[in-house]
Each structure stands twice: as C-alpha cells, then as structure tokens.
Design a protein around this ligand. Structure first.
Ligand code: ADP
Ligand code: MG
Length: 352
C-alpha cells in the first residue's frame, strides 16, 4: 500500500478531530453512523460532513451506506493517526521509503529531527489470515471483539513489550523506541534478512549462534514461533539480530514443544539447504571434546532448563496483560504460517 505522507501536511486540526471521532466510534461500531461522528467531533455548523468528504477523498475513511449512512477508518487513516501521534511526541519527524512488506506489516524508514534513520512497523493483522474469522455483525457487542483495529494494536503492543524485555535481557534485537496504536518504532537494523544472504564467511558459527538463541529464549521462558530466514537479520560482520515478535509464546503454552521444534527445524533446514551444512557429519567427525560435540547436537525442548515466569513478571508492567496474551495466542493458533506465504510476500517487496 502506498503511504502518501504528503497528505499529512495538508490535513487540518479539524481533519484530525473528525478522524479521531471515527476511531472512537469504532470502539463499538464497525461502521460508525455519521451522526455519531458528528456528535463526537462536535464541529460547528455541520463542519463534520465537509471534513468527512475531504477524508474520504484522501482515502482515510471508507463510506458505507449499505445499512445506514456511516464511515470506518481505513488502514491509511489509522496509519495517519499513529504517525501524527509519533510526530507530536517527537519520536520522528518524517517518513521515508518502504523497506519491507511483511506477512502482517509494512515497514518504513523514518527520520528524526537530527537525521537519524529508524524503522517504523505498521501492523496489519487481518491481511493474510484474518478475513475468515471476521464478524459479520455490524455492531460489536463486546469491545474486545476481534477487529483488525484491535488486533493490530494488540500485535504492536505485544511486539513492543517483548522487544524491550528481550533487549533488557541481552538478546540481539532492535532497540524498541515507542509504540502507538498499531505502530512500533525501533532502531534500524543494518543488515539483510538471512533469506537474501547467499554466502557466509562462517556459516557454522552463524548457525550455532542462531540455535543458541532459540535455546536461550526457551531458558528465559519464550519461544519465537516464527523463527526463520525472514525474521533473522544479518550484517556484514555476520552479526545476528532477531526481529518480529507478535506471535511469541510462553514455554508453558500447550503447544510449546511443537513450536520450539518447528523453530529449530526451520533453521536446520535452511542452513542445510542454503549453506550445505551437514549436521550428522558435524557430530560424527568432530574432534572436539565430548561436551562440545554434545552442544552441536540438536537441542531438545525437554532438556532445557526453563525459567518459568519470565513472561508474567517482565511483561506485566508493559500493559500487555495475560488476557491480551491469551487473545493473541488464539489469533495465531487460527492459522498456520506456511513458508509459502513468506516467499509469496517477498515477490511483492519493492526493490531496495
Ligand atoms: P512481519 O511481521 O510482517 O513479518 P517483520 O518484522 O518480519 O514483519 O518485518 C518485515 C521485513 O521488514 C523484515 O524481513 C525486514 O526485511 C524488514 N525489517 C523489519 N524490521 C526492521 C528493522 N528494525 N530494521 C531493518 N529492517 C527491518
Ligand atoms: Mg517477519
């Protein structure tokens, strides 16, 4: 999706007031009745209707008159609200090129006042998987009902909270800077997703580092659940950074073992195929001491010493509650993430 941020500059205070009114109305309406928008925005002399026309022109809202006259936010409208908030907070000053199209997000470069380039991730839950479970009812009886707005916001909040907690525990992840609505701002990783790397100086070492990270995550009570060549970044010095955390689960999750094994398997498979690592050979012909040889054998979930409670303790303070976690688990359990989807998305990625 094209994010024409120039429009942002032409939007007035009233435009944002009405856009915010639509957002507020969406707390309990999928389509917000025009009168309700007008009531919330309370602009003088029917000003709301004129503003709505302008927002519609810029595709920030969508008009729906199938049941009654009303509006809903588009992703672009939601993007603008988050971007405006970030700019007001001084997190960044401008939005640059798109650097990634994820399975469930769009990633842009943004620049601070002093020219530092950061990464902004806009979550788009509902893009791939969510249509199937979308409620048919117009009126959402529970505020917590699944809507793309709520889920995208929750995904961002979760990602932000996990990224911070991981960083605090010494994991190589981007520096989480701020979060608002469905938007997370983080440091820009200098490197490429592993999927784009054709050659490594030291593939064995990179492999050991990555497997070591899966194990260390589990020791801290966490499983990434989408650990693959798309979510591992690598720089020119072959330093590894992990990204993409909204689907992480606790080691106490009922499918933890399966998720852990799947993450490990992904890495083994990729390194075997791309860098011709042969794992049996490594164990057989290795002349290193016994305990080292053991280290290079495939990690087993049951033998990892897991520190229970990491999730609860460290994430409780972040505003990401147990209930939020339960809701997210449910969303992610609704779908499988076949690698095919990643490779399909990659074709849509703009040239960098
Ligand atoms: P999704 O959840 O949609 O898969 P990701 O977080 O994996 O989104 O990001 C998609 C792509 O955007 C990544 O594969 C990577 O190329 C790029 N990207 C994401 N975060 C960063 C970052 N902090 N720095 C640089 N590139 C990033
Ligand atoms: Mg990803």
């Amino acid at each position: 999706m094209k994010l024409d941020v120039d429009v942002l500059r032409y939007l007035s205070k009233e435009d944002f007031r009405v856009l915010t009114a639509v957002e507020m109305g969406m707390r309990n309406h999928e389509i917000v009745p025009s009168e309700l928008v007008d009531r919330i925005a309370s602009l003088k002399h029917g000003g709301t209707y004129k503003v709505l026309k302008n927002l519609l022109k810029h595709k920030l809202v969508h008009h729906d008159s199938s049941k009654y006259d009303g509006f809903r936010l588009t992703y672009l409208g939601y993007d603008f609200l988050a971007i405006k908030t970030m700019v007001n907070r001084g997190v960044f000053a401008s939005v640059g090129r798109q650097i990634g199209v994820g399975k469930e997000s769009d990633i842009f470069e943004v620049a601070t006042e002093d020219g530092t380039i950061l990464a902004m991730k806009l979550h788009r839950l509902g893009r791939v998987s969510f249509r199937a479970v979308k409620s048919k009812r117009d009126y959402l009886r529970h505020r917590r009902s699944y809507s793309w707005l709520y889920l995208s916001r929750l995904a961002a909040l979760k990602e932000f909270a996990f990224m911070k907690a991981l960083e605090d525990n010494g994991f190589p992840v981007p520096n989480a800077l701020d979060c608002n609505r469905h938007c997370v701002v983080m440091s820009l990783v200098q490197g490429y997703p592993l999927v784009q790397v054709k050659e490594l100086q030291n593939p064995e070492m990179v492999f050991e580092t990555i497997i070591g990270l899966v194990v260390r995550l589990a020791e801290h009570g966490l499983i990434h659940c989408d650990f693959n060549e798309f979510n591992i970044m690598i720089d020119d010095d072959e330093k590894v950074t992990i990204i993409d955390f909204p689907q992480m689960v606790s080691v106490s999750h009922h499918n933890a073992q399966m998720y852990f094994d799947r993450d490990v398997e992904c890495i083994y498979k990729f390194f075997g195929k791309r860098f011709n690592l042969s794992f049996e050979e490594q164990a057989d012909h290795s002349e290193v001491a016994e305990e080292d040889a053991e280290e290079s054998s495939r990690p087993s979930f049951s033998s990892i010493n897991k520190t229970a409670g990491f999730l609860d303790k460290e994430l409780a303070a972040s505003g990401f509650t147990r209930k939020d976690q339960a809701n997210m688990d449910q969303v992610y359990s609704l779908k499988k993430a076949p690698m095919r989807v990643y490779y399909l998305m990659m074709k849509k990625m703009p040239p960098t």
